[in-house]
Structures are given as structure tokens and as C-alpha cells.
Ligand binder design. Structure first.
Ligand code: SAM
Ligand code: SF4
Length: 327
């Protein structure tokens, strides 16, 4: 089998696949004015196109796929999509990143269809503040969703929290208390600058290094990464069932450990979250007979992947907000 490898000898085991741009939340750092349909109506990848694109990646060595968006669970065929991706036996990990809105209702079906991992976004443990950040009064529903995931048998749930100076930096003690007796990996993501989020970035961005210092002082210890892991630095503590992850895209050498590629909801391959224009794969997703051509295009496009992003220069590529290619 051919393995995806770039000009800097990085190997790619991990695909992040966006299946819709649409979202029902209005997170301040992502879609503060809610989802705005684009000028011309766009159709998102169909179930068959998703089946074909993940088959090509699986045959190129992909072991892990994450379904994201927008809000992936808003797709009516979400359960069928899970089953279609899992037809590829090489894909051992199939994860979703979700705002948690549909978890309580649907998580049992998702698990039965083959979903192995769940990430839920929760930026505050205070219901009122959660409402203020997301524009939706759904804190209890999302918490019930996390409980439901545990009751159907998930042994660990990951929670994504975007670190913001005023909104949640001071809430570390509450977050730690929450994971003391729950097997939750709580991942603090540094706020990233996007085309639309410049003002918020300057007001709220704070480095994860500040948290790392506090964690190390309190006896937390950093673990090691495996090859299809995401970018988080993970910390554990003997007194806690949960773990803490830190995702720090501004840290030196963040890009050296890059092991993932992205495909947008309209079938464009993005070599970097903060890269330039995507490259379309869609003309090669119409029929099963195009599989070899599709694999070839993915492989050869990868050779143009740059060594690092240009976020430090304030250049966020074409990324207007992360709902577009899925964070
Ligand atoms: N709607 C789903 C959700 O919120 O989990 C999936 C898509 S969302 C774009 C994926 C992740 O990106 C979420 O955890 C979200 O918090 C994060 N995200 C969005 N905008 C961000 C930004 N500007 N900086 C850092 N993380 C961001
Ligand atoms: Fe929607 Fe997720 Fe963006 Fe929030 S972060 S607006 S839930 S896509």
C-alpha cells in the first residue's frame, strides 16, 4: 500500500472530513452572526461521495477519520455516513466533533453504526455563560448528551474548550473538579485568529503555556503521543480520572508533528487548516471506477504541502472561520 508522505517526510494517518458548513450555534469565535448561506447554493458531499473519498484515503494509509463541520450531526444521513466510512476496515478510529446538540437523542445509533470516538465542544460549565458564547441555551442538553455517551458504553469522551482570557481562563478549578471522577479528556484549544475573528482574537487570545505552567505546578504530568493522535499535549494526574489536553498552534514546532489532511464539505482537499485555496477532488468522486485517479491526485497534491503555517505573521490563509473547513 502507498503511504501518504510529504516532502518533509511527515506521514499522514489522519483525515478530517467536513460534511456540512451549516451550524445551529453561533459561537462568538466561529460564527458570531450564525450560519450564512453562501451566494450560490452549494451541495455538500453525498453519502456515495463520502464513501469514495474515505475509501481512497483508507487505501493511502489513513487510520483515523474525524467527521466535522459546521455541525455534522445536522445531516439527516449522519448515521448512514458513519456506517459508510466504517466499511473501510483500515479506518480503525472514526470520531466526530460535535456541539453536542443531538448527542442525547442519537448517540446510541451512532455507536451502533460504528462511531468509535466523540469530541464535544463545551466552552463553559456555567449555563448562562455557555448560552452567551454559543447563542443557544443548551448547556443542560449538551451535558445530558455527554452522560448518554457514557451510558451507551463510550469509555472516554473528549471535550474541546476554546481558551479565552475573559470567558474561561479563570475557570480552571471548576473544569478540574468536573473531570476529577469522570473519564473526560478536556482539551483546551488556543483561540486561533481567523479572517472574521481578528478583534476577538486580540481581546481574548491567551497562550496555553500559562495553563501548562499551572498544571505542572499542581503535579500533572505530560504523556507521549502515538502516530495518529491529534495535536494535543496530554497531561494526567494520579488523583484525577480525567486528563487535560493542550492544543497550542502558535507554539514553535507545532507543524512538525502534523499528521492530518482535510477535505471540505464540498470536496476540496486542504493541505493545512490555514493554507490557501483547496484543490477539488469532486470531479473524481462521481464513480467507483475513478478510485486510482483519485488516489493519484491526493498523493501528488500532498507534495505541495508547506512546512509550516503563517499564523505568526497574522496570515490565516483563506480561513474566514473554522466552520468552513471544520476546525
Ligand atoms: N460544530 C462542531 C463543534 O463545535 O464541535 C464541529 C465544528 S467546530 C468548527 C470544531 C472545533 O473548532 C470546535 O471545538 C470549536 O470550538 C473549534 N473552533 C472554532 N473556531 C475556533 C477558533 N477561532 N479558534 C480555536 N478553535 C476554534
Ligand atoms: Fe457551530 Fe462548532 Fe462553529 Fe460553534 S464552533 S459555531 S458549534 S461550527
Amino acid at each position: 500500500m502507498q503511504q501518504l508522505i510529504d516532502a518533509f517526510e511527515r506521514k499522514f494517518y489522519y483525515l478530517r472530513l467536513s460534511i456540512t458548513d451549516v451550524c445551529n450555534f453561533r459561537c462568538t469565535y466561529c460564527l458570531p452572526n450564525g450560519y450564512q448561506p453562501h451566494g450560490s447554493p452549494r451541495s455538500f458531499l453525498s453519502l456515495d461521495e463520502i464513501r469514495r473519498v474515505t475509501r481512497a484515503f483508507a487505501q493511502l494509509g489513513t487510520e483515523k477519520v474525524r467527521l466535522t463541520g459546521g455541525e455534522p450531526s445536522l445531516r439527516r444521513d449522519f448515521t448512514e455516513i458513519i456506517a459508510a466510512v466504517r466499511e473501510n476496515t483500515a479506518i480503525r478510529t472514526l470520531a466526530v466533533t460535535t456541539n453536542g446538540y443531538r448527542l442525547a437523542r442519537d448517540v446510541a445509533n451512532w455507536q451502533a453504526a460504528g462511531l468509535t470516538d466523540i469530541n464535544v465542544s463545551v466552552d463553559s460549565l456555567d449555563a448562562r455563560q455557555f448560552h452567551a458564547i454559543t447563542g443557544q441555551d443548551k448547556f443542560r442538553q449538551v451535558m445530558a448528551g455527554i452522560d448518554a455517551a457514557f451510558s451507551v458504553g463510550y469509555r472516554k469522551v473528549k471535550v474541546n474548550t476554546v481558551l479565552m482570557r475573559e470567558a474561561n481562563l479563570h475557570q480552571l478549578p471548576q473544569f478540574l473538579d468536573w473531570i476529577k471522577s469522570r473519564p473526560i479528556q478536556l482539551r483546551f484549544i488556543e483561540l486561533m485568529q481567523t479572517g472574521q475573528g481578528e478583534a476577538l482574537f486580540h481581546q481574548q487570545h491567551v497562550s496555553g503555556a500559562l495553563l501548562r505552567q499551572q498544571l505542572l505546578q499542581q503535579g500533572w504530568q505530560q504523556g507521549t503521543r502515538s502516530r495518529s493522535d491529534g495535536p494535543a499535549q496530554v497531561f494526567s494526574h494520579p488523583d484525577y480520572q480525567g486528563e487535560i489536553g493542550l492544543i497550542m498552534p502558535y507554539e514553535k514546532d507545532f507543524c512538525a508533528s502534523c499528521n492530518r489532511l482535510r477535505v471540505s464539505a464540498v470536496g476540496d482537499l486542504h493541505l493545512c487548516l490555514f493554507g490557501e485555496q483547496g484543490l477539488t477532488l469532486r470531479d473524481l468522486l462521481a464513480d467507483d471506477s475513478q478510485l486510482e485517479q483519485l488516489k493519484m491526485r491526493i498523493y501528488s497534491s500532498l507534495q505541495a504541502k508547506k512546512q509550516t503555517h503563517f499564523l505568526h505573521q497574522g496570515n490565516s490563509g483563506i480561513t474566514q472561520n473554522l466552520s468552513f473547513i471544520g476546525g
